[in-house]
Design a protein around this ligand. Structure first.
Ligand SMILES: Cc1cc2nc3c(=O)[nH]c(=O)nc-3n(C[C@H](O)[C@H](O)[C@H](O)COP(=O)(O)OP(=O)(O)OC[C@H]3O[C@@H](n4cnc5c(N)ncnc54)[C@H](O)[C@@H]3O)c2cc1C
Length: 370
């Protein structure tokens, strides 16, 4: 029996598991290795922080899904792959052999040379860490111990989290709510979006009096401050680190070809360009010649093809190429039940856009609950 190892319980792998649960086919021996028994769906995380959802409404049970797919669930993280011997080394010391390996482990925050991040900041990945960190900041705020919050990173995630936190804290604390600020080293916030979307989001940040500090590089985080490379210091009782999506270093250390940032380089069949029995999808992988944004939507779009190609690789069949549009729909919640949307160069907003997002997100999570 062929052995398939799914490393990471990300957005593409939950679909692979669902597909195996529906149609096991030649029933390979499947093992899923992932550090948490659930996948928190990022699209709904700002809604949890804003107070619109309970966390359990936004989580997909990977362990339960693995059980339905007849797969073995291993709660650990991959720390190295030995592609010559075809095995995965896990952080708990386990070694898992494979015939076909698929990697969907997402990304990790880029910390660079900044000091004190691990000790004093809440990294937004893994999301379990973000939710735990937010819970403790919320409790400290309720006890009156937080008067300023900094979010380092001005991409869509940082801005959406800032808006959600401000909404929640103002709702609970009124004028006593902490001041929220976003600090980013880019010259504009949400540099990945069109000018129209940026303008709308800036307006929401300004309306809430959320500080937006652009072209500002944080070099140190302390328990009560953040310091910029210019020497300027901000009081910060709670700091969230949302600075970019970086690659997990073991991908390169395992000997796989990577892009310059260390993400697994794949061909359009989602195979590693160096080891064809290794596949990759989502944030941890980069398609050769077709750079895509690190957005969950691409993991979701690649998922059905990944499921098909993994079956083909196990059974010796033909692999199909991925065809995808680099443009994608982004809906960014602005705190209350209101969202800014953007697609290509277009931007719009409204309460209806939030309900649209809500419908898409709930449908996604429900798909894996059945
Ligand atoms: C607050 C926030 C909001 C966002 N909103 C959106 C949005 O609305 N739309 C959108 O398209 N994108 C959004 N994104 C980006 C989106 O979250 C990512 O692009 C998406 O999660 C990528 O999916 P993935 O499957 O590649 O990785 P992930 O969803 O990160 O899944 C990776 C999985 O692998 C596991 N894992 C990690 N390391 C290891 C390891 N070493 N070994 C084994 N398992 C491991 C993790 O626990 C996790 O289960 C948002 C991001 C954030 C932070």
């Amino acid at each position: 029996m062929k052995r398939l190892v799914l490393l990471g319980g990300g957005h593409a792998h939950v679909e692979v598991l669902r597909s195996l649960a529906i149609d096991p086919g030649a029933r390979p021996e499947v093992t899923v290795v992932t550090p948490f028994p659930r996948l928190i769906y990022t699209g709904m995380v700002p809604g949890v922080i804003a107070g619109h959802y309970r966390l359990d409404e936004c989580a997909i049970g990977i362990e339960a899904l693995a059980q339905r797919a007849g797969a073995t669930f291993v709660q650990s993280r991959g720390s190295l792959v030995n592609p010559g011997a075809r095995d995965v080394m896990c952080a708990d010391g386990g070694v898992i052999p494979y015939d076909v390996l698929s990697i969907d482990v997402g990304s990790q925050p880029v910390i660079g040379a900044a000091r004190g991040v691990a000790q004093h900041a809440v990294a937004i990945r893994p999301l379990e860490n973000l939710m735990k960190g937010w819970g403790s900041v919320l409790a400290r705020t309720r006890a009156g111990g937080v008067s300023s919050i900094s979010i380092v990173g001005g991409g869509a995630a940082g801005v959406e989290l800032a808006l959600a936190m401000d909404h929640r804290l103002r709702g609970e604390r009124g004028d006593a709510a902490p001041h929220v600020r976003v600090i980013t080293d880019t010259p504009v916030p949400v540099a990945e979006f069109s000018e129209g979307a940026r303008r709308r989001l800036r307006r929401h940040l300004a309306k809430r009096n959320i500080g937006m500090h652009v072209s500002s590089t944080v070099v140190e985080v302390g328990h009560d401050h953040v310091r910029l490379d210019t020497g300027l210091e901000f009081a910060s009782d709670a700091t969230f680190w949302a600075a970019g999506a970086g690659a997990q270093p073991w991908i390169r250390e395992s000997g796989f070809a990577t892009d310059p940032r260390g993400f697994l380089l794949t061909n359009d069949r989602l195979q590693s360009v160096t080891y064809r029995e290794v596949f990759g999808a989502g944030d941890c992988a980069s398609l050769e010649g077709m750079p895509l944004a690190k957005a969950g939507v691409f993991a979701v779009r690649a998922a059905p093809l990944l499921a098909t190609n993994l079956r083909a690789a196990l059974g010796g069949g033909e692999l199909a190429p991925l065809r995808t549009d680099p443009r994608y729909l982004a809906l960014i919640a602005t705190g209350p039940r209101h969202a800014v949307g953007t697609w290509g160069g277009f931007a719009w907003e409204g309460d209806w856009a939030w309900y649209w997002k809500d419908r898409i997100d709930r449908k996604f999570v429900e798909r894996y609950a059945r």
